[in-house]
Design a protein around this ligand. Structure first.
Ligand SMILES: NC(=O)c1ccc[n+]([C@@H]2O[C@H](COP(=O)([O-])OP(=O)(O)OC[C@H]3O[C@@H](n4cnc5c(N)ncnc54)[C@H](O)[C@@H]3O)[C@@H](O)[C@H]2O)c1
Ligand SMILES: O=c1ccn([C@@H]2O[C@H](COP(=O)(O)OP(=O)(O)O[C@H]3O[C@H](CO)[C@@H](O)[C@H](O)[C@H]3O)[C@@H](O)[C@H]2O)c(=O)[nH]1
Length: 441
């Protein structure tokens, strides 16, 4: 059993802290956001993540997990301090390290003895060394630095953490790497030990590689549309080659979320700062930026004119099973629909409250999918929620004014759309034409 403090109780800090508590450690999660801590102390979870509520409440009840705004006290009581604060994108694309340095300073000022200080946040190469220098300037006490980047995905965060595929541990001293490796023993995961710098780089390289797979398949999808191939068949066929692998080859409206957009931009910035070419990463970013708008052209093509049309937007969160709206395609696309004169009725099973903070336009929000589609001229699918994938297509058909679906996530087979009589335009596949007239302006 180790005593841990986790600084920053967001998506990563809260999941990491809860999982470390769940395997038997004593964990204090800290945040500067007093309202967040107050909610957590009442058992209210500020984010939607499947299974998290139960895990937090159980570990709180069993006395292994606590929440506080008192960072100094948490640091004093702990041997290992995890930093999990945000590293958002700043205007020029680089990672904003303000929160990292502020957290490091508060740790240093509270230290009274030896600590292991672990950076879990995604940070540019060299950050661990700068943090080490900053802490050394503010405390006479000994400490070791570790980089232990996080690879969890939102929506499956608990599973990704409890059954992690690998733990990357880069440390300034082997005694700290040993301690962090031991901490991970109950996860029975593969541990890969590296230098501090390599661990930091692995995180950016891994995210950029996954983003590259997505932009690559989206470019192939656009080519499939022009040539008569079906991208679903193409990606399945490619993925059967174990050297390629089937994951992250789902064509759609591109990647969003709090990580890929920010981390690809940060990597591009690191390249430019280091005088290294970033041609490939530039292409990945540009392809992705264009990809989310392909559904607008498809809608325009189907409806002829969007003025006065009612569009049901199905799915607002950047991916299913989360309420995270950071870099969600809906945040860019809904204002564009409204600007073109459309009335938007937006459905999401979980993210409505979050969405309202991100979308300023005057639109109708509903948690009832069938209310959203009633009398709509078209449905625009932006998130592949299970609720969307399993909707009653006959009911949908009977409720809509025009049976037009533009699907940015390829939720349905072409055959089922054709048998239900929809006009159906998806990504990288043939358009299914209904018997109904569409595009008549
Ligand atoms: N969200 C993910 O899925 C994910 C996955 C892997 C890695 N990461 C990385 O993890 C880091 C955190 O991401 P997140 O999504 O959890 O961010 P987040 O914005 O959800 O949470 C960050 C939290 O840190 C708190 N904070 C800021 N400064 C603080 C300080 N000085 N002291 C204490 N608390 C402070 C904020 O109030 C906030 O609650 C980022 O570097 C991100 O790139 C995120
Ligand atoms: O084949 C695919 C897979 C994903 N996506 C999109 O890519 C984005 C990211 O999806 P996902 O990776 O599942 O979610 P995140 O929670 O953003 O997780 C990524 O970003 C995290 C933060 O760094 C990392 O920890 C994870 O390993 C990494 O997968 C989403 O917009 C998805 O719709 C696709 O378009 N096609």
């Amino acid at each position: 059993m180790r005593r841990l403090a986790v600084i920053g109780t967001g998506y990563v800090g809260l999941v990491t802290g809860s999982c470390f508590a769940d395997i038997g450690n004593q964990v204090i999660c800290c945040d500067i956001d007093a309202s967040k801590i107050e909610k957590l102390n009442q058992g209210i979870i500020p984010i939607y993540e499947p299974g998290l509520q139960e895990m937090v409440v159980n570990n709180q009840a069993e006395g292994r997990l606590a929440f506080t705004t008192n960072i100094a006290e948490a640091v004093k009581q702990s041997d290992i301090i995890y930093i999990a604060v945000g590293t958002p994108m700043s205007p020029h694309g680089e990672a904003d390290l303000t929160y990292i340095y502020a957290a490091a300073k508060s740790i240093a000022e509270a230290m009274q003895d030896y600590k292991i200080i672990v950076i879990k946040s995604t940070v540019p190469v060299g950050t661990g060394r700068s943090v080490q220098m900053l802490i050394a300037e503010h405390t006479p006490h000994p400490f070791d630095m570790v980089s232990n980047p996080e690879f969890l995905r939102e929506g499956s965060a608990l599973k990704d953490c409890m059954s992690m595929e690998r733990a990357v541990i880069g440390a300034t001293h082997s005694r700290a790497a040993d301690a962090i490796e031991e901490l991970h023993a109950p996860f029975r995961t593969l541990v890969y030990r590296t230098s501090l710098e390599s661990a930091e780089m692995i995180k950016y390289a891994a995210n950029a590689f996954l983003a590259t797979k997505i932009s690559f398949i989206n470019e192939i999808a656009n080519l499939c549309e022009e040539t008569g191939a079906n991208v679903a068949e193409v990606s399945t066929g490619m993925g059967l080659d174990s050297r390629i692998g089937s994951q992250f080859l789902q064509a759609g409206i591109g990647y969003g979320g709090s990580c890929f957009p920010k981390d690809t931009e940060a990597l591009r910035f690191i390249c430019s700062k280091s005088g290294v070419s970033s041609r490939l990463i530039n292409a990945v970013i540009e392809t992705n930026a264009k990809q989310r708008y392909v559904v607008l052209n498809k809608l325009q093509h189907a409806l002829g004119n969007m003025q006065g049309r009612t569009i049901a937007v199905l799915g607002l969160a950047f991916k299913p099973n989360t309420d995270d709206m950071r870099y969600a395609p809906s945040v860019d696309l809904i204002p564009e629909l409204v600007a073109r004169g459309a009335h938007v009725k937006a459905y999401d099973p979980i993210a409505l409250d979050e969405a309202k903070k991100w979308i300023q336009e005057d639109i109708l929000y509903t948690q009832d999918m069938y209310e959203a589609v009633a009398d709509a001229d078209a449905c625009l699918i932006l998130t592949e929620w299970d609720q969307v994938k399993s909707m009653d297509l006959a009911r949908l058909y009977s409720l809509m004014r025009q049976a037009v679906i533009v699907d940015g996530r390829n939720c349905f087979s072409l055959d089922e759309m054709s048998s239900h009589g929809f006009y159906y335009s998806s990504i990288g596949r043939a358009v299914v034409h209904s018997q109904l007239e569409v595009g008549i302006g």
